[in-house]
Design a protein around this ligand. Structure first.
Ligand code: FAD
Length: 299
């Protein structure tokens, strides 16, 4: 199946957006402008990341709490096992539950030092699957976990990574959000293998609109995602053309979403990097319209 251009996309896809906690007042404003821009698209949820080693603990909490208080978007908090005892994690999770946050993105996390190996805290959780089980004992959170279409770099093999994903879901997670990837085939292969491994939970592709290949390459190396050669070629010579880079970023990500949609995907998670415009444009191409507008048009 294929969908010609973007015709026939009727906005029935569900979308969610990921943000990171801002470090300065200026970044706070950028983030907040983005949240306000994306809110009318009625996302299923937005999530806020947790910095390495819990370094953003307070900022993540403050950002999630503000979104929950000032918007109608269900807010999810990322939480990792790095450098934290089970008791400390319980404290963070309980504080979320008390402030009305019901959705946690549960992750193992990576050590703060680049390239260092994850070593569990002596009284902490050893993996995301353990964290999911622990969180479920604290409160009946809705839990999302991470998945890797191109396999997590530390996994022994793709099958053991899938087994691990299944453990996370069996422990109580209800969906997996994937690491970013750049070919629809990578996702379809992964979906097929996951089904064979007995995984029937929602697999939500994580979409990263890339406007800076050099920066993305650095990050991709650490997280097991592959940047295809054609992507380098696309951005070559555009260092001094930020607007062209933005247009290309939207085109490439929208084309990926279109193929995923044609292959039956109806949930998309966008890594916004705290900027709304690319994600907004891609959602628009997917047929998403601000809440109320679609009904007005149909009336
Ligand atoms: P796990 O599921 O625990 O897996 C880690 C590795 O161990 C995998 O290779 C897995 O196959 C292997 N493994 C686990 N258990 C076993 C076992 N019993 N036997 C054999 N192998 C096993 N990082 C942050 O610091 N903050 C964030 O906010 C954040 N958000 C993210 C959001 C998404 C959607 C994604 C995809 C990633 C995010 N990350 C974040 C990155 C993530 O923390 C890293 O990728 C980390 O290295 C792995 O986390 P995990 O939850 O997938 O770990």
């Amino acid at each position: 199946i294929d969908t010609p251009l973007f015709a026939g996309l009727n906005g029935d896809a569900d979308v969610s957006f990921e943000f990171f906690p801002p470090k300065s007042e200026k970044m706070e404003k950028t983030l907040w402008d983005s949240v306000i821009t994306l809110e009318p698209l009625a996302p299923r949820f937005v999530s806020v990341t947790y910095g390495a080693g819990g370094s953003t603990r307070e900022r993540t909490h403050a950002t999630v709490a503000r979104i929950a208080k000032e918007t109608r978007i269900p807010a999810a908090a990322h939480l990792t096992c790095v450098d934290a005892s089970k008791a400390e994690i319980a404290q963070v999770a309980e504080a979320y539950w008390e402030s009305g946050i019901r959705h946690i993105v549960a992750l193992r996390g990576d050590p703060p030092a680049e390239g260092a190996k994850f070593v569990p805290h002596p009284e902490g959780y050893a993996s995301a699957a353990d964290l999911v089980a622990g969180l479920k004992e604290i409160a009946p959170f809705e839990i999302s976990v991470a998945a890797y279409p191109e396999t997590h770099p530390e996994a022994n093999c793709p099958q053991s990574d899938l087994d691990n994903l299944k453990r996370k879901l069996d422990a109580g997670a209800s969906r997996a959000i994937t690491q970013f990837f750049f070919t629809a085939e990578a996702f379809f292969r992964f979906r097929e293998e996951a089904t064979k491994a007995g995984i029937d939970a929602e697999l939500v592709p994580g979409i990263l609109p890339v406007s800076n290949v050099a920066q993305t390459r650095k990050f991709a190396g650490m997280c097991g995602a592959e940047i295809p050669g054609w992507m380098n070629d696309l951005f070559e010579g555009l260092d001094d053309h930020p607007a062209a880079r933005q247009l290309i970023a939207a085109t490439v990500a929208a084309e990926l979403c279109r193929k995923l949609y044609a292959g039956g995907v109806r949930q998309f998670h966008f890594y916004t990097l705290n900027r709304a415009e690319l994600s907004y444009a891609i959602c628009h191409l997917l047929g998403k319209r601000p809440e109320g507008k679609a009904e007005e048009k149909a009336a």
